[in-house]
Design a protein around this ligand. Structure first.
Ligand code: TMP
Length: 247
């Protein structure tokens, strides 16, 4: 079901979105560009686009199998995904199982604290404003989506967390936290959009207790730890090992 690539609709930091011959679909190209701290830090990491496209595909397929709706339709090439055309809701929905990152920078909560129940935070997606965290009342005030969609987002995010946490646990990986984005497709259905990859998830290797060596996600880039691509490769390797087990 390959599609003809049309004009560029949108270019983000890590992906480009193109029109295609079906008006209800888009082609999403995963780039090698890496950014952090609202694009103040930038680099080009060869192979990242291919790895994130493959990892996202595997995870979207896993979620779909578990009854979660995503924008994913199929892979067109190693770096090109066919997806539903969606109106993206400008929210970054972050769920955390273990405290680290901004939670520990902004509160006295200690690194590594287990968060049970997982902590769900909403951020307003706007680089110029620095993606500010939203209180429940500010979220309502912004009136970005209906209350029922908001409740659905929270429910879906918690379900996704449960599915992915168990899945990665079996691959000897701790799913520390991750960010989801949502959109409404042409039928008005709420679906998960964007990507699910080491760019927007934190993974710690259960087989490694060293606080730096165990990091297998974009924190290696954010913290200048090196070995970014090796870490992403390791995530894909464990996912593919799991897939071959199932078939
Ligand atoms: P944080 O601890 O920096 O708030 O990040 C929480 C999670 O969200 C982590 O898995 C990385 C992801 N994330 C993004 O995907 N995009 C972003 O812009 C930020 C700040 C975090």
């Amino acid at each position: 079901m390959n599609h003809i690539r049309g004009s560029l609709i949108y270019e983000g930091k890590a992906k480009r979105v193109f029109e295609c011959d079906n008006p209800e679909r888009v082609l999403i190209e995963f780039k090698n560009d890496a950014t952090a701290f609202n694009a103040k830090k930038r680099a080009e990491i060869a192979g990242k686009g291919r790895l994130n496209c493959k990892i996202s595909t595997a995870l979207f397929e896993l979620l779909e199998l578990n009854g979660i709706s995503t924008h994913f339709l199929a892979l067109q090439s190693e770096t090109l995904m066919i997806a539903d055309k969606v109106n993206v809701i400008p929210l970054e929905v972050v769920i955390r199982n273990i405290a680290t990152g901004s939670l520990c920078r902004e509160t006295p909560i200690n690194q590594g604290t287990i968060l049970n129940p997982p902590l769900l935070d909403f951020y307003y997606k706007d680089d110029e404003l620095g993606d500010p965290i939203l209180t429940e009342e500010r979220l309502k005030l912004l009136n970005l989506i209906s209350t029922s969609h908001l409740k659905e987002i929270e429910k879906v995010t918690r379900s996704v967390n449960k599915i992915l946490k168990e899945y990665f646990d079996a691959l000897d990986l701790l799913l520390v936290d991750f960010k989801l984005e949502f959109g409404l497709n042409s039928s008005g259905k709420l679906v998960i959009a964007d990507e699910i990859s080491p760019d927007n998830c934190r993974f710690w290797d259960k087989k490694n207790s060293d606080p730096k060596d165990r990091i297998l996600d974009k924190d290696r880039f954010r913290q200048d730890l090196g070995g970014v691509i090796d870490a992403y490769e390791e995530i894909l390797k464990r996912i593919e090992k799991d897939t071959s087990k199932a078939t």
